[in-house]
Design a protein around this ligand. Structure first.
Ligand code: NDP
Length: 485
C-alpha cells in the first residue's frame, strides 16, 4: 500500500494471495488493509489537500506531472501489459490497448486542465458575477477487476488534474498494475499524500472510504448492487457520488445491415474481455427475417474463437478473472438451461489438458429465450450472450429498453435514418451505429437508469471531480443603506 509517500504493509501484516486466472497459481501476496490503514490514507490525503501542495500548484505544473506519468506508462508499456495479463487474464493484445489508452488518458487531462474554464455573468451594476471551478477535496476512488489499470486511470487522471488528493482502492483480485502505477507516481515525485493506495476487502476498506467524513467524494466502478450500497453509505456524510455500474446492453441487428459486419461486431461486443466488460453487448436482438441465418453464422464463428491463456499470442479470449467469478458465470448458464432457454453453443468450463487449473469458459450462446428470464435481465459478466428475435422497429426498441440497466447499446442497419431514430429511443448513455465498443478519452462514458450516476472521460469526467463556486464582486464599495440607521 502507498500511504503518504511510503510503501506499507497492512498494520496487522495480513495478506491475501493474488492468483493468475490462467493457471490458478499464486503470483504474489497483497496487503489486506484494515480500517486503520484506510484512515491513515484518508488523513494523509486530507493533510495534503489542506496544505495545498497539489491544489495550490498552477494547472500547468500539475499538467507537467501528468505528462511525465504518461511518458513513464509508455516507457513501462511492455511490463505493464504482461502484468495486466498475468493478473486479470486478458490476452496480451487487449492489455496492450489498455496500457496505451491509460497513457493517452493522462495526456488528455493534462492538456485539458490548462485550458480556459469558468464563466462570467453580466448582472446589474455595480456587481460582477463569475464562476470558478475548484477541486472537490479528498476523493475516494474504488475500482473493479475487469480493467485494473484503465479503470484506475479513468478516475485518477481527472481527479489529480482537477487538484484533488486521492485515496484509491483497487480490486483485491487485481492489485498488480495499480501498484506499478503508484510506483510511477513515486518515480515522478508526486508530492507526499497526494495519491494514496490502500488494498483490502471492499466491505472493510471500501466501506471506510465511502463512509468517512474526511472523504468529500466517492467515485466507484463495479457492480450495481455494490454501487447502491456505496450510495446509501455515502449519503450519511452527503458525499458527492459518481457511479459507473453494470449493464445488459442491447445490440440491435436489422435485416438491412451489412451481414458479416454485424456478425463480426456482435462477436466482439460480447466476447472481448471474455464478456467481463460493463458495456458488453450481452443481448443481441435480430430482425425475424435474418434471425436463423444470423444465429447459424454467429454460432459457427463463436465456436472457432481460440480460448487460452492471455500470454499465448494466438489466444483470442482469455479466462475469467477468478474462481469465484467462474462459479458465478457457470451458475448463470445452469440457470438459463433450467429456465428453458436453448443452448446453441458453449456452456461448459474448459478443463482439457493444460487448462484444468485455469478459469476458462466456452463462448456461450442462448436462443429461444423470453424477456422475463433472468439470463435476459441480469448482468452475467461472462462470455454468455442471448439472441432474441424482433418483428419490427417498435418491438426492437421495446425489447432493448426492457431491463433495469441503461449503459450501452448499438444498432446495425444500412438505413441511416432508421439507425439514428432507434438510437435516439434507446435509454442508454453510450451508443454505436454499425460498430461496437470503441471508446474515446474525449467522449463521456456512463449510464442511464440503474447503470449509474455521472460520467467518466471527456469534459464531463473532469467536472465530476470539481466543485462550482460563484463569486460576486462589488465594484462600488459603499454602504447599501437597507436599514435606516
Ligand atoms: P464489486 O462491485 O463488488 O467490486 C468492485 C469494487 O468495489 C472492488 O474494489 C470491491 O472490493 C469494492 N467493494 C465491494 N464491496 C464494497 C463495499 N461494501 N463498499 C465499498 N467498496 C466495495 O464487484 P464484484 O467483484 O463483487 O463483482 C460482482 C458483479 O459486479 C460482477 O459479477 C459483475 O456483474 C459486476 N461488475 C461490474 C463491473 C462494471 O464495470 N460495471 C466491474 C466489476 C463487476 P473487493 O475487490 O475487495 O471486493
Amino acid at each position: 500500500m502507498f500511504i503518504n509517500g511510503e510503501w506499507k504493509d497492512a498494520e496487522n501484516h495480513a495478506t491475501r494471495p493474488v492468483i493468475n486466472p490462467a493457471n490458478g497459481e499464486v503470483v504474489t501476496y497483497a496487503p489486506e488493509g484494515t480500517i486503520a490503514d484506510a484512515r491513515s490514507a484518508i488523513y494523509a490525503a486530507r493533510n495534503a489537500f489542506e496544505d495545498g501542495v497539489w491544489s495550490g500548484l498552477a494547472a500547468a505544473e500539475r499538467a507537467a506531472y501528468l505528462f511525465k506519468i504518461a511518458d513513464k506508462i509508455d516507457e513501462y508499456a511492455e511490463e505493464l501489459t504482461e502484468l495486466e495479463t498475468m493478473d486479470n487474464g486478458k490476452p496480451l493484445r487487449e492489455a496492450g490497448f489498455d496500457v496505451a489508452d491509460a497513457a493517452a488518458c493522462f495526456r488528455y487531462y493534462a492538456g485539458m486542465i490548462t485550458k480556459p474554464d469558468g464563466q462570467t455573468y453580466h448582472v446589474a451594476d455595480p456587481m460582477q458575477a463569475m464562476v470558478v471551478r475548484e477541486p472537490v477535496g479528498v476523493c475516494g476512488l474504488i475500482v473493479p477487476w475487469n480493467y485494473p489499470l484503465l479503470m484506475s486511470v479513468w478516475k485518477i487522471a481527472p481527479a489529480l488534474a482537477a487538484g484533488n488528493t486521492i485515496v484509491f482502492k483497487p480490486s483485491e483480485v487485481t492489485p498488480i498494475t495499480p501498484k506499478k502505477l503508484f510506483e510511477i507516481f513515486e518515480e515522478v515525485g508526486l508530492p507526499k499524500g497526494v495519491a494514496n493506495m490502500v488494498t483490502g476487502a471492499g466491505p472493510v476498506v471500501g466501506h471506510e472510504i465511502a463512509s468517512h467524513p474526511e472523504v468529500d467524494m466517492v467515485s466507484f466502478t463495479g457492480g450495481t448492487k455494490t454501487g447502491k450500497h456505496i450510495m446509501k453509505t455515502a449519503a450519511d456524510t452527503m458525499k458527492k457520488v459518481s457511479l459507473e455500474l453494470g449493464g445488459k446492453s442491447p445490440n440491435i441487428i436489422f435485416a438491412d445491415a451489412d451481414f458479416e459486419t454485424a456478425v463480426d461486431y456482435a462477436l466482439f461486443g460480447i466476447y472481448a474481455g471474455a464478456g467481463q466488460v460493463c458495456s458488453a453487448g450481452s443481448r443481441i436482438l435480430v430482425e425475424e427475417k435474418i434471425y436463423d441465418q444470423f444465429v447459424n453464422r454467429f454460432v459457427e464463428r463463436a465456436r472457432s474463437i481460440k480460448v487460452g491463456p492471455g500470454y499465448d499470442p494466438s489466444t483470442e479470449m482469455g479466462p475469467l478473472v477468478s474462481k469465484e467469478h467462474l462459479d458465478k458465470v457457470l451458475s448463470y448458464i445452469e440457470l438459463g438451461i433450467q429456465e428453458g432457454a436453448k443452448l446453441a453453443c458453449g456452456g461448459k468450463r474448459i478443463d482439457r489438458n493444460g487448462f484444468e487449473t485455469g478459469y476458462f469458459v466456452e463462448p456461450t450462446v442462448f436462443v429461444d429465450v423470453s424477456e422475463e428470464m433472468r439470463i435476459v435481465q441480469e448482468e452475467i459478466f461472462g462470455p454468455v450472450v442471448v439472441i432474441q428475435k424482433f418483428k419490427d422497429e417498435a418491438e426492437a426498441i421495446k425489447l432493448a429498453n426492457s431491463t433495469v440497466y441503461g449503459l450501452a447499446g448499438a444498432v446495425f442497419s444500412n438505413d441511416g435514418s432508421k439507425a439514428l431514430r432507434v438510437i435516439k429511443k434507446l435509454r442508454a448513455g453510450i451508443t454505436w451505429i454499425n460498430s461496437y465498443h470503441p471508446t474515446y478519452n474525449e467522449a463521456p462514458w456512463g449510464g442511464y437508469k440503474q447503470s449509474g450516476i455521472g460520467r467518466s472521460l471527456g469534459t464531463f469526467g473532469l467536472e465530476e471531480f470539481q466543485e462550482i463556486k460563484q463569486i460576486n464582486i462589488n465594484l462600488q464599495v459603499e454602504p447599501i443603506g437597507w436599514f435606516s440607521n
